[in-house]
Design a protein around this ligand. Sequence first.
Ligand code: MG
Length: 158
Amino acid sequence: MSVTTGIGWDVHRLAEGRALVLGGVRIEHDRGLDGHSDADVLTHAVIDALLGAAGLGDIGEHFPDTDEAFRGADSLALLRDVVALLGYREVLHVDVSVLLERPKLAPHKAAIRDGLAGALGVEPDRVNVKATTGERLGFVGREEGVVALAVATLRAPD
Ligand code: MG
């Protein structure tokens, strides 16, 4: 048996006229995340963590932002595609942190965790979602963008 870990990091810019989608959950806010897909920064970080743990490259290789097929894409659907690529590997755990100034994510964390777990095909206790602010510092603190970091742990039989 071998256990591997991967990290994922993503940033998206906050913009007017866009939806704020984090972990597949649409959150009421005066601005949303800009990007080619639905710009779900949290799910993108999870995808990169899984790809890293599996040695399968990064999200840009699998879902190029130059490809019209992925315009407005539902990132949870992309996550399900990545889970299919994992094949025989078992998702042991995924941990994710989101850095955003507003709005508070506390009321949404359970829904985000449950949605991610569903897409990953694991029980919710294998997924953890954390949120923190930028303490008014830097681009997160100025509400110019949102950062997400994820760590995924996979187990593969020998
Ligand atoms: Mg992204």
